[in-house]
Design a protein around this ligand. Structure first.
Ligand code: SRM
Ligand code: SF4
Length: 650
């Protein structure tokens, strides 16, 4: 094993994980040894290296019992550049989830799939099955380039979308680890049967642009120490923010000429969301525009940025190790100058771009070549069968019968594409039979645009619930919106069980970030298109207090919004001081109830007179609940109650 020189740490002690990477023999040990042992779990050191192979050691936190061994199980994460899941891979994953997992799959916020609940003894078979079916988990986690995102829309008549897919794949290949460890450990050395890499990418990986390559090691780009921390890349097209571009370490925006020919890429860098409560030195940060590179230079530019972070990212403090901190500490100009040293020439000025908008591509659409695509909403990414809701069955049957490729979306949904129009009715029939909604306008919009991370019971870092809590919380928000007169209002709600930000809550209009058991830090003021960072409004809101907390804010919004203004834009415009002032003087509103009277003669014969009386909230809620449970109107209920009351007086 030839080791590369350790990156500089300016005299400070490198973090423990740096030593584990150094001694791992390019990601082999201690995983290779411990996978052969008849144990339920790996040691802490092995767990760190296992991440690079796409797996996390977890335990079911619902099953923790004092004094007993944890209920160890493994999460596997696939890497799918641009969200591509070939039909063969989907069927393999579906089967693995039943055979070794917890019978569910989970579409992630970075266009991958996760499987939970795998026992150590089944890990090797599960990974081998994924690789033999055109998938991979290599580099899905760990200090390395993660899944490269791209807009999932399969628009065949829009060249820029096709370029985004092509370059997402090529950059994933360019930055993929070269160690033989993965195939040695999981496939007994058998090499993957993967799609041929583009020769351009192969050449770009080898070429030494001013120190981007570490010579004579198994990992020419990463060296012995890999990256200081995870590294996240996306490729998008002008105007399409389905990939949440401002939250990525590096985003490339495809730029084409008038004929749709690729010219080059705008570069954004330095986004990232992970933070720690009460540690001001950690923060969510939006990516900055860095500049423009021509298409023939794009791989060198990407390598130059990776090398800059590889060589100058903080390896002594993992909380300060992401690229966002390097750019924040240096400033964009110094960062760009250092990248240019590796790149070997100046980076051109950033080109003007149109406004970025969020798209979810749900429902049936033309894909631009006569075929169709269908975006299916998956609540919080969880693919499962539950009672009459048979999403897992529906997806499997569709893939089995029509052999369709899938693109996972960055919002935990999926798209089937290459659908010939004559197959649409049969696909629709499967969805209808399995109670899977295909018309996005029938989905409650708060649910449609919401995301939550897995949190409990699998995530070891979760402080409180997220995926399991969000459905109830969205329902309560809807009831509250209805109550305060905002019936058709909706906005982007995102929730995480801790401040790491896996469902990107800091980009939401209303973000809930777990801060204590059953409590959330609340973030307000993000934009509907995720182009602005939200801000923390309160540190700890108990789940029980959501209504009393949100009601005055919603009332202020209803009263003072500008025409068409979204909730996030409103919060950003009026500011937290304005909101706090309104909340401080807020008196809970009484809710008007309309009671019909018998028609007085004086009133036109054709309509009934209506009188309004006001009820306080608690009484109104009781009347409403009773009327609902009895299947009657509130008017009838109140009429009966009043009549009984007056009778009792007489
Ligand atoms: Fe994440 C760690 C789940 C996207 C920031 N993330 C974790 C772990 C592995 C917990 C752990 O370290 O023990 C979670 C596994 C939970 C479980 O039970 O499955 C986890 N992250 C997820 C997923 C599955 C959430 C989801 O709802 O889909 C996403 C998988 C994406 C994928 O396919 O690769 C996921 N994680 C993200 C994102 C969003 C994104 O990438 O666009 C972020 C914020 C963006 C960013 O990185 O800045 C994110 N995850 C983190 C962090 C904080 C990183 C930091 O810079 O501080 C951690 C903790 C860490 O790395 O120390 C983390
Ligand atoms: Fe776990 Fe926190 Fe990520 Fe949620 S945000 S999955 S709780 S690490």
């Amino acid at each position: 094993m030839v080791k590369s020189a350790p990156p500089p740490t300016t005299g400070r002690k490198p973090s423990k994980v740096e030593g584990l990477k150094e001694n791992s023999n390019f990601l082999r040990e201690p995983v290779a040894t411990q996978i052969l042992e008849d144990t339920t779990h790996f040691t802490e050191d092995a767990v760190q290296i296992l991440k690079f192979h796409g797996s996390y050691q977890q335990d079911n936190r619902d099953n923790r019992t004092k004094g007993q061994e944890k209920d160890y199980q493994f999460m596997l994460r696939t890497k799918n550049p641009g969200g591509l899941v070939p039909p063969q891979l989907y069927l393999a994953l579906d089967k693995l989830a039943d055979e070794y997992g917890n019978h569910t799959l989970r579409a992630t916020t970075r266009q991958g799939f996760q499987m939970h609940g795998i026992l150590k003894k089944n890990l090797k078979a599960a990974i081998a099955t994924i690789v033999r079916n055109l998938g991979s988990t290599l580099g899905a986690c760990g200090d390395i380039n993660r899944n490269v995102m791209a807009p999932p829309a399969p628009f065949k008549n829009r060249a820029e979308y096709q370029y985004a897919w092509e370059y997402a794949q090529n950059i994933a290949d360019l930055l993929s680890p070269q160690t033989g460890a993965y195939y040695e450990i999981w496939l007994d050395g058998e090499k993957a049967i993967s799609a041929e890499e583009s020769p351009e990418v192969k050449a770009a990986r080898q070429s030494n642009g001013n120190g981007t390559i570490i010579h004579d090691t198994e990992e020419p780009l990463y060296g012995t120490y890999y990256m200081p921390r995870k590294f996240k890349v996306s490729v998008t097209v002008p105007g399409d923010n389905s990939i949440d571009l401002y939250s990525q370490d590096l985003t490339l925006v495809v730029l084409t000429d008038k004929k749709g020919q690729l010219e080059g890429f705008n570069i954004f860098a330095g986004g990232g969301l992970g933070r720690t409560h009460n540690k001001e030195e950690t923060f969510a940060r939006l990516a900055d525009p860095i500049g423009y590179v021509a298409k023939e230079d794009v791989y060198s530019a990407v390598k130059a940025i990776v090398a800059t972070q590889r060589d100058y990212g903080d390896r002594t403090d993992r909380r300060h190790a992401r690229l966002k901190y390097l750019i924040n500490d240096w400033g964009v100009d110094k960062f760009r100058a250092k990248v240019e040293e590796y790149f070997g020439k100046p980076i051109a000025p950033f080109k003007q771009l149109p406004e970025f908008k969020y798209h979810d591509f749900l429902g049936w659409h033309e894909q631009g070549d006569g075929n169709l695509f269908l975006g299916i909403s998956i609540d919080n990414g969880r693919v499962k069968d539950e009672g009459s809701f048979q999403l897992k069955t529906a997806l499997r049957e569709i893939v089995e019968q029509f052999n369709l490729p899938i693109r996972l979306t960055p919002n935990q949904n999926l798209i089937f594409y290459e659908i010939t129009p004559e197959n649409k009715p049969a696909i629709q029939a499967i969805l209808d039979r399995c109670n899977v909604v295909s018309d996005p306008t029938t989905i409650e919009p708060l649910v449609r645009y919401a995301m939550a991370c897995p949190a409990l019971p699998t995530c070891g870092l979760a402080i409180t619930e997220s995926e399991r809590a969000i459905p109830g919380i969205l329902e309560r928000i809807r009831t509250l919106l209805d109550k305060v007169g905002l019936q058709n209002e909706h906005f982007v709600v995102r929730m995480t069980g801790c401040p790491n930000g896996c469902a990107r809550p800091y980009m939401a209009e209303l973000g809930f970030v777990g801060s204590a058991p059953e409590s959330y830090q609340v973030w307000l003021g993000g934009s509907p298109n995720q182009t602005r960072l939200a801000q923390p409004y309160v540190e700890k809101l108990h789940d029980n207090d959501i209504e009393s907390f949100l009601e005055p804010i919603f009332v202020y919004f209803r009263k003072s919004r500008k025409s068409g203004e979204s909730f996030g834009d409103f919060c950003d415009r009026v500011g937290f001081d304005g909101i706090r002032e309104f909340v401080a003087q807020y008196q809970p509103e009484t809710t008007p109830v309309t009671i019909e009277s018998e028609q007085p003669e004086a009133v036109s014969k054709s309509r009934k007179a209506r009188y309004r009386v006001s009820l306080h909230d608690d009484l109104y809620n009781k009347v409403k609940a009773t009327a609902t449970s009895q299947g009657r109107s509130m008017t009838d209920l109140v009429k009966d109650a009043l009549e009984a009351y007056f009778q009792s007086l007489s």
